[in-house]
Design a binder for this molecule. Structure first.
Ligand SMILES: Cc1cc2nc3c(=O)[nH]c(=O)nc-3n(C[C@H](O)[C@H](O)[C@H](O)COP(=O)(O)OP(=O)(O)OC[C@H]3O[C@@H](n4cnc5c(N)ncnc54)[C@H](O)[C@@H]3O)c2cc1C
Length: 399
């Protein structure tokens, strides 16, 4: 196991750095740094910039128009992107649906949907979770009944991230209620503009509209929008989930967040001295830095194993748990560092909320990020469930 970069990898890192320096618009990185929303238009603009370089689909095979980067290249890109405050790629179509279509979709589906994804013609969202079917996903109830050349879909999805922007949703639906739960599920591609679909916003703790409820009332879906075989959707669903947890450790994002904490703590005064000179605060910063360095090493070790052909298994769960704990701890340190400056930005929680940025200017997004990132330990498989997986593997019972 060699954790240092090769000459080719260092050259690739230089290329990514130059790209971020020359192609990432400053107004975009400023927004990301200050925790502001990029919006649909901004996100699509970034996708188009990456696409023109051939970097929009790092994990796709070249034959589908992807960059076909290996795990180390993807890691380098993510680190540089976080360090330069680049927006993240919206993953639902590009990183989640695409691998499913590439492996299980028909030739017609591949030829139609994959180029549209690269060209930014569709915005996909993920219709997996339902009220009562999140961790226990196989108990989902949204029903699809075959009627000639169509399925008629009825039911509800929830927590649909960025569904308000989407024109397409990939959905798990129940096509056979009379068999073992996992054997009666199908994977459908549904046009969000079909009559009978209603999207209702869910407002998060930080006041943002990021997630939605989606209701289906006698929605007609052409049968050619079924991926793979009817009732085999659970296999495709699980395959997709292995792609959902990519870059789950978020080392680059944590490093960028920790740098911000240090910057604030050196500027903020506490008892006549910079906050960073406070031994209690400095000890917490040191602890999280140690944890982050340890996780970064584990991350590289796992990537090195993957690059040598080994598939990460329980390690992905370990990175998910540790990575999200570290990011939430960093958010907490930032919140403590700006102290009362964070309060005006707790939006409606405080009467007369104040949108002007007090010093240090990083204070603006701190409260919002703290609240918003409570979600990290829930989505993509909650940490309790990941701990269950780790315990099962470590204490016997297999993976
Ligand atoms: C911000 C956000 C965005 C999301 N985006 C999407 C999206 O775009 N598309 C989509 O389909 N879904 C999305 N989700 C849903 C997400 O995948 C689920 O929230 C997650 O799987 C947990 O399911 P649940 O919310 O139903 O909680 P539940 O499954 O009801 O769990 C509640 C609590 O009980 C714990 N728990 C449950 N079972 C066990 C167990 N066996 N052992 C120990 N503890 C357990 C859980 O860890 C959790 O703390 C999103 C969620 C959030 C918060």
């Amino acid at each position: 196991m060699d954790l240092s970069y090769t000459d080719e990898e260092l050259a690739f890192r230089d290329e990514v750095r130059a790209f971020m320096r020359d192609e990432l618009p400053k107004e975009m990185s400023d927004k990301i740094r200050l925790g502001e929303e990029l919006g649909k238009e901004g996100q699509e603009k970034w996708h188009a910039i990456l696409n023109s370089k051939g970097w929009l689909a790092p994990n796709w095979p070249k034959k589908f128009g992807g960059a076909e980067w290996n795990a180390v290249q993807r890691h380098i890109f993510e680190e540089e992107a976080a360090a330069h405050h680049a927006p993240r790629i919206v993953p639902f179509g590009l990183s989640m649906l695409a691998p499913v279509l590439q492996k299980f979709g028909s030739k017609e589906q591949q030829d139609y949907w994959l180029p549209r994804l690269l060209e930014g013609k569709d915005w996909w969202c993920q219709g997996y979770s339902e009220p009562g079917a999140g961790s226990d996903l196989a108990s989902l109830k949204t029903r699809a009944v075959r009627d000639g050349d169509h399925y008629i879909v009825n039911g509800q999805k929830t927590w649909t991230t960025l569904g308000q922007h989407a024109n397409m949703i990939f959905c798990l639906v129940r096509t056979d209620p009379d068999v073992k739960q996992q054997e009666g599920i199908s994977f459908l591609l549904i046009d969000m503009n079909t009559p009978g679909i209603e999207v209702r916003p869910i407002i998060l703790l930080d006041g943002t509209h990021e997630v939605n409820e989606v209701f289906f009332d006698d929605v007609k879906v052409p049968v050619e929008n079924l991926v793979g075989e009817e009732n085999k959707g659970w296999t495709y669903a699980k395959y997709l989930l292995t792609h959902e947890r990519t870059n789950i450790a978020g080392v680059g994002f944590s490093q960028a967040g920790l740098n911000t904490v240090k910057r604030i703590a050196r500027a903020e005064m506490a008892g006549g001295k910079p906050l960073m000179a406070n031994p209690h605060f400095a000890a917490r910063v040191a602890q999280v830095e140690i944890d982050l360095k340890a996780m970064a090493t584990s991350n590289l070790r796992i990537i090195s194993k993957a690059a040598a052909g080994g598939a990460p298994g329980v390690e992905a769960s370990m990175l998910k748990v540790k990575g999200t704990i570290i990011r939430q701890e960093i958010n907490d340190l930032a919140r403590r560092a700006v102290g009362p400056y964070a309060m005006p930005f707790a939006s409606e929680a405080i009467e007369g909320s104040n949108e002007a940025l007090p010093d240090p200017h990083e204070a603006g997004p701190v409260a919002a990020q703290y609240f918003n990132n409570r979600k990290l330990s829930i989505f993509g498989g909650s940490n309790e469930i990941q701990r269950g997986i780790i315990a099962k593997v470590m204490m016997g019972g297999g993976q």
